[in-house]
Design a protein around this ligand. Structure first.
Ligand SMILES: NC(=O)c1ccc[n+]([C@@H]2O[C@H](COP(=O)([O-])OP(=O)(O)OC[C@H]3O[C@@H](n4cnc5c(N)ncnc54)[C@H](OP(=O)(O)O)[C@@H]3O)[C@@H](O)[C@H]2O)c1
Length: 283
């Protein structure tokens, strides 16, 4: 599996397994299947409620802990210096490990409507300082963020020492967040794509439907190869073993530059409705 070198020198595989809602039906076994299919980057979060399932799958796989890249995230409603420190300890306990490979601030602001929604600049700086210390103590290997747009990132760059290694964003054809991606690339921040296949919302798209047959592939696979060619780490979720394997096979075709432009310039489609600066939009 190809790896991406982060700005702190650590490496991450180009494809990871997304665990959100993955464990709802068969618990840890779906993560164990993903490990058997070849995934070593496992993306979890406190709010997914499945850190224990990830820990059990890693243990039962019999593969040494150091071969895995485990990501977890600080709950957006637990931002702040003291909370970040105690939440990291809680995640370590649930994950049954003494270090996390990548720990992210899950969102730059608490849930909309929370009293401190507008105090995000101070909350982010304090949380980030805690992560910087935890990294120095060896409890986190790489520190990063998720759902941070340029103005959220600039706040950290202006007031803290360590440049985030990663920004995990909603990224897929139809929602390519060009300005946020350009900002990250200019500052050496690696990109990870959440909902890389748009959670199925792209299946009716005319442009993708015209391109997929040309490459003799499916729309989900086309989405993943597109992101892969853009140099973005993808985190597809699947509870199906065959699809898990299909989602890892991203070097078996090449999208032409002309078709890459067709996808990059598609009108916006398939957005989840989640945005860091406003209340969730339900379609
Ligand atoms: N940082 C954040 O705020 C954030 C937010 C959301 C998600 N995430 C992370 O990103 C991961 C992935 O995002 P996601 O779960 O929202 O969406 P996704 O990976 O874009 O889509 C998952 C859906 O696509 C289906 N699928 C997967 N592979 C397929 C294939 N090859 N062909 C057809 N259908 C396929 C899955 O069904 P089956 O299971 O039946 O295959 C599932 O319904 C999450 O699990 C989580 O780790 C992060």
């Amino acid at each position: 599996m190809r790896e991406i070198v982060l700005n702190d020198g650590n490496k991450l595989p180009c494809v990871g397994f997304g665990t959100y809602k993955a464990t709802n039906e068969s618990g840890y076994e779906v993560v164990l299947d993903a490990i058997k299919a070849g995934y070593r980057l496992l993306d979890t979060a406190k709010v997914y409620g499945n850190e224990e399932d990830v820990a059990r799958a890693v243990k039962e796989s019999g593969i040494p802990r150091q071969e895995f890249f485990i990501t977890s995230k600080l709950d957006r409603n637990m931002l702040g210096y003291d909370n970040a420190k105690s939440e990291l300890e809680n995640s370590l306990k649930r994950l049954g490990t003494d270090y996390i490979d990548l720990y992210l601030l899950h969102w730059p602001r608490p849930d909309y409507g929370k009293a401190d929604f507008d105090d995000w600049k101070h909350l982010d700086i304090e949380s980030w300082k805690a992560l910087e210390e935890l990294q120095k103590e060896g409890k986190i290997r790489s520190i990063g963020v998720s759902n941070f747009l340029p103005h959220h990132l600039q706040n950290l760059l202006d007031h803290t020492d360590v440049v985030p290694a990663v920004d995990q964003l909603e990224l897929h054809p139809g929602y390519t967040q060009a300005s946020a991606c350009a900002f990250c690339k200019n500052h050496g921040i690696a990109l990870e794509a959440w909902s890389p296949i748009g959670r199925g919302r792209l299946s009716d798209n005319a442009i993708l439907n015209s391109l997929a047959p040309k490459y003799n592939t499916s729309i989900p696979h086309l989405c993943l190869v597109f992101l892969h060619q853009e140099g973005i780490i993808v985190l597809p979720k699947s509870a199906n073993y065959e699809r898990m394997k299909e989602n890892m096979a991203l070097d078996d075709m090449i999208i032409s530059e002309e078709d890459m432009w067709k996808i990059r310039t598609m009108p916006q489609v398939g957005w989840s409705g989640e945005h860091p600066d406003c209340e969730r939009v339900y379609f």
